[in-house]
Design a protein around this ligand. Sequence first.
Ligand code: ZN
Length: 410
Amino acid sequence: MKDTDLYQHVLGLREPWSVCKVELDIKAQRVDVWVEHPKDLKWPCPECDVEGALYDHAEERVWRHLDTCQFQTLLHARPPRVNCPEHGVRQVRLPWAEPHARFSLLFERFAIIVLQQTTIQAATQILGISWDEAWHIVQCAVERGLQRKPQRIVPQIGVDEKSAGWGQNYVTVICNLETATVEEVTEGSSRQSLATYFEGLTPEQLAGIEAVAMDMSAAYINAVGEKVPDGQNKIVFDRFHIMRLMAEAVDKVRKQENRTLAANGSPLLAGSRFIWLYARENLPSKYWEQFYRLRACDLKTGRAWAIKENLRNLWRYRNLTWAERFWKRWYYWATHSRLQPVKKAAKTFKAHLYGIMSYFKHRLTNATTEGINSQIETLWKAACGFRNKKRFRTIILFHLGGLDLYPATH
Ligand SMILES: [Zn+2]
């Protein structure tokens, strides 16, 4: 078998293309392959598919293809051009690459698989491409995926703000809770940040929204109220955010009490911060001894902690009536605790009770939002922060968008 025939097979080239020359550079570990086509062929116009005679050839171009036995493999060709009566002189479509791409379709496909498994930095090493080239592949893949994405109704939406950089830099992440994928990422965490997403939906999509899980931020509440039909009744404040607020209240009680104790010379609460923030069953064993010792003391922090842990039972109820009974008892306990931060949190919950109790109507799972949240944090850390929010959006959609990213192979 001649080397040209071998590469014809390796590259999977089909009629009318054939390999005419192969150059192997052992030192540079690289193979250059030139391909050509027979003369007197008719070519379809890329716009209308009407066939015409060859007009001329464009300049020679090079595409990076999949490596062959650790040799970087480069494909050379002069793309034919046709003169379509309707569209003028156009370059024809090539079977191995998308227009303007520097990589062959198979290489791009492989690169996307690698990029999905690792960081951009690591992928550049594995693939032997630059950071900009890798980023370009990611960006094109996301654009391709978004273009192909069908307009569907997302009945259960999760909304969360995410820190994107330093200071007051936030993005709003909108998830599909049923598929556990990210629908959109918008700039900021204002009313408009969420309204922008709703404004991009059709009336059918808006009407199809059944529930929106989120934190108690007035900005998001207003956006849902304004943009989603019957929005107020579809809001669910999820357990994750409510318990976070409750944990913050416990932490405030601890801080105050620690200050008072320390002033009287007692270090009892020093270094105990995280003990009180864990859910009871998640407390790491290294804290157990200290925890039991502290629980035996009559501490305000211990009482605040017990109120926090008790609130978690709310989401265990199967029906609204029993949940409401539980809530009333809990609320009485919290507001009579003489612990200011706990009282304040309880009153915040009461003011938002409609969206807390709506959980029993919509039954959203909290696991999805929490899972996506931690994946976004991993992406953020792996990239050591993104230079801008547009890039953060792109990388989130690349990994979590559930998009069809691969170029179509012919
Ligand atoms: Zn045409």
